[in-house]
Write a protein of this length. Structure first.
Ligand SMILES: Cc1cc2nc3c(=O)[nH]c(=O)nc-3n(C[C@H](O)[C@H](O)[C@H](O)COP(=O)(O)O)c2cc1C
Length: 714
């Protein structure tokens, strides 16, 4: 048996290249041999390769096809070359293992000593492509009583266990290098076995070989992993990182292999108990150990435990192979314990949140004006202002504590303050308390909007009052449809009344281009840690206080979008996508919404000469125009959703760098594209972008913090 293994015919398939004259002769011989079956898989595999998303460049053609002869099966398979073959076989590893990671693991050679648990481990490593070569050792032959846990078959009985494993792996992947040491290991052969390995997996029964393998691994500074199929016990000994570490974590003290050789079951007992820990063994295993030599032939192992062991060893091998942290020590993956802990899963997101709009509606004019100001829109509904009143004046002061990275230089907050002032003016006009207003920038406060309370009115402003109270962000998917020209010019006129301009994308081509820009920008927002953190800090989930932030129900998520959002919420997943340069689906929410819209408009304003990007007062004045345009749009039956690209309030490259260091270049390109699509002239800045569509009313109304009461009135 050993001799045959060394010849290679017993476990290694013959890989024949018809382009090679010797191989061609061997093939002709095989073809003329009776009872040799030939199965050409090339057609099926080519079709499968054709179905791969993002297939790799293999640089292989028909000349790389191989005829693979399996002597023990008396069969030939015709396969594409190794790169094509592996690309298909390991495709579904992605991206638990990316292609780059698979390539890195292919440089790894793993040795597996002992082929009961070792069979499952070696096979799992081969399945996963977690190594590029395997070296297997076992001296024993397979028996029927091994088949409760060794995933072999009746056809393998009487065959060396290492050969059984090697054959099975060859039938999975003939291109994977597998070496067999069918004689098992002893003091003379152990070093030869361990030489050249990257990781040693030790799964044999003899205590002395266990120790010899560890000593050899330690001398060569190789990591060693062992799984013991009881309560998922996994041991990791990083001799590569700690060459002075004692074998078995020091559990057996300073013992020599010779002391462990040829022990009777009784003499072995103290060492086995010392290794496994009397207290930690499962009761079944501990009881069975008592019975070994009496009513039991050997200690028991179950097929499921062995499969679990293979999974945990493969995970540890991947960690080491990919240079991820894995320290020495012992752990357990105890399924029985996990089953005892069965519980209902957390219910996420799907529960409707309770509405919290309570309290009595105000009636006094001043309260009504404040209430209307507070109902103004703001990025993330953060309401970045504080309201102060006297009998003569309302002050809306920009409060820097609410700012975020996207709110560069408080510009987005200034837009919100401007919109709040517009609402205050509308309510004041409706209640005959309208007076003049102004925006003040000062060293103490970046921006304050002041409205004098007089006795005047303005019928146009007053007519906006019911619309200001009913205004909403509507994030529903639209039905498409063109916006009539008079409606668009009505919106432009509303902007003009507040000294702002309107720039619009309405053609299908412009909307498609805008959808891509906004989708790309959203992707950057998800993939940039600070922007991601701030976005989700604004979200309010079931059970949260809804007096500020965005109630997730108002996102109008379809079930698939809700599922995607649960994933997108996770910073670790975003970091993963960033590392793969992936995640274009993160833009789908914006892409689908803009794609369903009838227009995307920008409210812009002319920068004051000498003021970079317009001062905050410029943004606030344009914010008032945003308020006016929004109400005009709703009056015309349109649904309105601001869509803020992350670069909206950035004016310089330095600001883009601060916003997203990793994606500043991309943002710069997107910003140019965005301004180009909307044809925004050089001297104008954008205050806000709104998508307009035809859709049913929003499903929930956003809430606000309580309006300050009498205590704030001076
Ligand atoms: C400066 C600014 C930026 C905004 N950006 C977005 C945005 O990118 N996406 C969005 O869905 N809503 C955006 N909004 C809308 C706010 O989220 C919304 O006004 C706030 O949640 C209150 O809800 P309401 O408008 O229904 O009252 C923005 C609003 C402002 C004033």
């Amino acid at each position: 048996m050993v001799g045959e293994a060394d010849l290679g015919v017993e476990y290694r398939p013959l890989i024949l290249d018809p382009g090679d004259p010797d191989d061609e002769r061997a093939l002709v011989g095989l073809r003329s041999t009776p009872h040799i079956e030939i199965n050409d898989l090339r057609g099926l595999l080519a079709a499968e390769f054709g179905r791969l998303n993002d297939p790799p460049e293999t640089a292989e053609g028909p000349a790389d096809d191989r005829w693979v002869y399996y002597p023990w099966r008396r069969s030939v398979l015709v396969l594409p070359g190794p790169r094509t073959f592996r690309a298909i076989r390991l495709d579904r590893n992605r991206n638990k293992l990316t292609r780059a990671e698979q390539d890195r693991l292919r440089t790894l050679t793993v040795g597996v000593v002992g082929q009961s648990v070792g069979h499952a481990i070696a096979y799992t490593l081969a399945q996963e492509g977690a190594c590029g070569a395997l070296r297997l050792a076992d001296f024993d032959e397979l028996e029927l009583s091994n088949l409760n846990r060794v995933p072999a078959t009746l056809f393998d009985i009487g065959v060396n266990k290492a050969i059984v494993t090697a054959r099975r792996i060859a039938e999975l992947d003939p291109y994977l290098t597998v070496e067999v040491r069918g004689g098992g290991l002893d003091p003379d052969t152990v070093d030869d076995f361990v030489d050249g390995l990257g990781i040693v997996v030790e799964e044999c029964d003899s205590l002395d070989i266990k120790l010899l393998v560890r000593e050899s691994a330690r001398r060569r500074k190789l990591p060693l992993i062992m799984e013991t199929s009881d309560r998922g016990l996994l041991d990791v000994e990083r001799f590569d990182l700690e060459p002075g570490r004692q074998p078995f974590h020091g559990l057996l003290g300073d013992i020599a292999a010779t002391q462990l050789r040829g022990l009777s079951t009784r003499d072995k007992a103290p060492y086995v108990v010392g290794l496994l820990g009397a207290r930690d063994l499962s009761a079944r295993m501990a009881g069975s150990l008592v019975e070994v030599g009496e009513t039991l032939n050997s200690w028991p192992q179950l097929g499921g435990d062995v499969v679990l062991g293979a999974a945990s060893v493969a995970t540890a091998v991947r960690r080491i192979g990919l240079g991820r942290p894995l320290r020495s020590g012992r752990t357990r993956l105890d399924i029985e314990q996990a089953l005892d802990a069965l519980a209902d899963p957390d219910l996420d997101l799907d529960e409707p949140a309770a509405d919290t709009e309570t309290g009595t509606a105000p009636t006094a004019p001043l309260d009504l004006i404040l209430d209307c100001a507070q109902r103004a829109p703001s990025g993330g509904n953060i309401q970045p202002w504080s309201l102060h009143t006297t009998e003569q004046e309302i002050r809306i002061t920009l409060d820097p504590q609410y700012t975020t990275a996207m709110d560069t230089g408080y510009r987005g907050s200034a837009v919100a303050v401007g919109a709040a002032l517009y609402n205050a003016r509308v309510a004041a006009a409706a209640h005959d308390r309208l007076g003049p207003h102004e925006f003040i920038e000062s060293p103490d406060a970046p921006l304050t909007a002041a409205l004098r309370l007089g006795t005047g009115t303005d019928p146009e402003l007053a007519a906006d009052y019911p619309y200001a109270l009913a205004r909403e962000t509507n994030r529903r998917i639209g039905h498409g449809g063109r916006i009539p020209e008079p409606v668009l010019s009505g919106l432009a006129a509303a902007a003009g009344t507040e000294n702002a301009q309107l720039r619009a994308a309405t053609s299908p081509a412009a909307l498609r281009a805008m959808a891509e820009v906004l989708a790309d920008s959203d992707q950057v927002r998800y993939l940039t840690p600070q922007l991601h953190r701030e976005m989700f800090a604004e979200m309010r989930w079931p059970g949260d206080d809804l007096s500020d932030g965005i109630d997730t129900r108002s996102l109008e998520l379809a079930p698939d979008e809700r599922a995607a959002m649960q994933i997108a919420r996770r910073a670790d997943v975003m970091a993963q996508l960033h590392s793969w340069s992936a995640g274009s689906a993160l833009g789908d929410y914006a892409r689908d919404r803009v794609g369903s819209s009838s227009a995307v408009i920008a409210v812009t304003f002319r920068r004051e000469p000498g003021v970079q990007g317009g001062g905050l007062a410029g943004y606030a004045r344009a914010g008032a125009a945003v308020g006016r345009v929004w109400l005009q749009a709703q009056r015309s039956g349109l649904a309105v959703q601001p869509m803020s690209p992350v670069f909206l309030f950035s004016q310089t490259r330095t600001e883009l760098d601060a916003l997203s260091p990793a994606y500043a270049d991309r943002l710069s390109t997107l910003q140019s594209r965005f301004l180009e699509i909307l044809e925004v002239p050089e001297q104008e800045s954008v205050a806000l972008v709104l998508r307009l569509s035809y859709a049913a009313a929003a499903s929930v109304r956003s809430m606000r913090r309580p309006v300050p009461g009498g205590e704030l009135r001076g």
